[in-house]
Structure formats: C-alpha cells, structure tokens
Design a protein around this ligand. Structure first.
Ligand SMILES: C[S@@+](CC[C@H](N)C(=O)[O-])C[C@H]1O[C@@H](n2cnc3c(N)ncnc32)[C@H](O)[C@@H]1O
Length: 271
C-alpha cells in the first residue's frame, strides 16, 4: 500500500524536495519509487541550471563520461549509427557524437536547445518533456543519457521509455550519480524546487535496467569525494606523488572499489 515516508528516509532528498516524494513501502523495490513536482517548475530549474552552469563549464565528471561514451562509439567503427541523446542539457556532447551518425537530442529547455541548434545545425534538437514526446518505437541504434535518471519523476517508466526507443540489439549508454558516494562522501547542496533528485546505487540501477535490458557493464567513474576519510584519500598532496610513480593506477583502484561519482552502464536491448 502506498504511503508518504518521512523526508529524512528518502535518499538524497531534503525538505524542499521531500514533500513531493512518494515512496511505496517496499524495501529496495525501486520499481515502486515515484517523485513528483510540476513540470513547469522542473523546466524552470533546469533551464536556469543549463544556462548558468552547463553552457559555461564542463567538469571532470562530464569529461570522464564523454571519454567513456566516445571510446565505446569509436570501437564500433561505424559512422552510420542512428543515435538519440536524452536529456542533452546544453547539448555540449552533441558535436562529439555526430561523427558516428545521425543524432537527435532532446531536453526540457526550449531556449537552451535553440542556442544549441544555432551552433549545431546538423543535430535534430527536440524540446519537451521526454515522458510525453513521441520518438517512435525501435528507431535507434544507440541511446545516450547522462545524469538524467536521478532527476525524473518515475524511474522505471523512464527506463521503459529509453528501451522503447532502441532497436533489438541496440545499446543504452547511461550515466547516473552514484548514491553512496554522493550521500556519504560528498557534501552536495540541497536540491532547489524543481530539482527532483533520487540517486540510485549500483544494485538499484541494475534492478531498474534488468526488466528491459541485458546489462553488459556497470562501472564507477571519477573518484571524487570531499568528506571524511575520503578527503585525505583524494587529497592532491597524497595523490600527486602516487600519480608520478604509478600513473592513474590509484584512480582506477578507487573506481573499482565503487568510489566513483558516476555509475556508468552499457546495456543492450535483447535482440
Ligand atoms: C543533470 S542535467 C544533465 C544534462 C546533460 N546530460 C549533462 O550531462 O550536462 C539533467 C537534465 O535532464 C533534463 N531532464 C530532466 N527531466 C526531463 C524530462 N522529463 N524531459 C526532458 N528532459 C529532462 C534536464 O532538463 C537537464 O538538462
């Protein structure tokens, strides 16, 4: 039976977001997790965020996600892929994707996408609520989706929509914030109105993927943490000499220990 849970019990939620979070009481069952907030409020929040943040800067987290996506695409050796980027934000990744084929990119924010469209006429930008837009069924070889899952109202329904876009055998490349790292090892400011935010851990991510996809890989990327013992473990003072001696071996070790900010997945729609 559905019930409202106390705000403090919802991962990543703070008072502003909590009033809007409805969780059915089935422990660890992410299929029962739904958040709400008016679409117009979400659009306003993300329009501001993309304008003030993502149109201006790219951080290490995004650069690592880009590397992962491009490495995989290069390995396909194809330039005729039909791709869609869902929640493309400011469209910063799009010009890197177009060498691999035809690209549609979609996000909430019409005015942000208008600017992206002016920069990148070769991309088909479509503005609107992804949960309402119709991109057809089984149309795409690749779906790319970076840091959107945590911010949608209904994660299982969102995943089902991503799967619907793909042809049998098509691939989803999805990045999402790694809940334990953000909750335990980082100080992240509370979400503002319109910023739905439910981070998942790797088990929850797998549970969300498995009804629709065969999971090829889930890994953690970009060890970043500024709280507790992790401040020391990640300090430049300690890491610089280790890097000089062993290259990026320590970073890879931390990623293997699931200490990366991002959970990155490659999943395939069954053929
Ligand atoms: C954290 S940002 C990530 C943006 C971009 N992928 C990046 O890595 O910079 C989340 C994005 O998801 C978009 N988004 C969230 N819910 C959406 C929805 N229902 N329909 C379309 N876009 C949505 C937001 O507008 C925002 O641009």
């Amino acid at each position: 039976m559905a019930r409202f849970v106390r705000d403090a019990a919802v991962p990543g939620a703070t008072p502003a977001a909590q009033r809007a979070i409805l969780v059915r009481e089935r422990a660890n069952d992410v299929s029962a997790l739904v958040q709400t907030d008016p679409i117009a409020v979400q659009q306003r929040f993300w329009s501001d965020w993309n304008t003030t943040t993502r149109e201006k800067t790219l951080n290490r987290i995004s650069l690592d996600q880009r590397k992962f996506v491009l490495d995989w695409l290069k390995r396909q050796g194809r330039t005729d892929l039909k791709m869609i980027e869902v929640g493309c934000g400011a469209g910063w990744l799009c010009s890197d994707l177009t060498p691999f084929g035809a690209l549609t990119a979609t996000d909430f924010c019409a005015e942000v996408l208008e600017r992206a469209q002016a920069r990148l006429p070769q991309v088909n930008f479509v503005a609107g609520d992804f949960m309402e837009l119709d991109f057809g069924e089984a149309q795409y070889d690749v779906v790319i989706c970076l840091e959107v899952l945590a911010h949608v109202a209904d994660q299982p329904a969102f995943m089902a929509r991503l799967a619907r876009l793909l042809r049998p055998g098509g691939v989803l490349m999805l990045a999402t914030q790694n809940a334990p790292v953000l909750q335990r090892w980082n100080k992240v400011p509370p979400p503002k109105p319109g910023n739905l935010r439910t981070w998942v851990d790797r088990h929850q991510l797998r549970a969300l993927l498995e009804p629709q996809f065969e999971v090829d890989e889930i890994s953690s990327l970009t060890p970043l943490a500024n709280q507790g013992i992790m401040r020391l473990v990640n300090s430049e003072k300690l890491n610089r000499p280790i890097r000089l001696l062993f290259g990026d071996a320590l970073e890879r070790l931390k990623e293997r220990a699931w200490l990366g900010w991002t959970l990155m997945t490659l999943a395939r729609k069954p053929a």
